[in-house]
Design a protein around this ligand. Sequence first.
Ligand code: FES
Length: 168
Amino acid sequence: MNPRNKGKLKDADAVGRVGNPICGDIMYIYIKVKNGKIEKIGWETMGCAAAIATSSMLSELAKGKSLEEAMKITRDDIADALDGLPPIKMHCSNLAAEGLHKAIENYLHKDEKIKELMKVVDKKDAEALFKAGITSLEELKKAHMEEIANAVSKEGMEKIREFLKDER
Ligand code: FES
């Protein structure tokens, strides 16, 4: 297997970060959009071989598509393109499609998402969280502390700790 488009996109416009509740694996789908089309796509998958294969196939399927078309890619499309996956692995391919849809959604609602994060941190840190794929307060509550700390400034981290203290 030769995974395609693997890796983080430095100049991504949006990220879809999804976790698999069944196995705990995590996946990031990065998109760069130009003229309403997915110009570039990248992915990082901390998961099984099927999740890697589906991320790779998804990236091939989505590249060059309009956001509307890309939104319609389903896990079955990905599994079909891979000549089928064993049923037990279907949840892994679901992850890739979900990650892409989430990235598109984040892209389309970027301003609102950043505004929501700005209820807790300043604009710069809100943007940093958005870039890390943490795009709502709900996700902030669920994200790992290290992941958050890697994204935001020290002051931001303090504000987030304060916020989570009341929430957790
Ligand atoms: Fe976790 Fe496949 S077993 S994504």
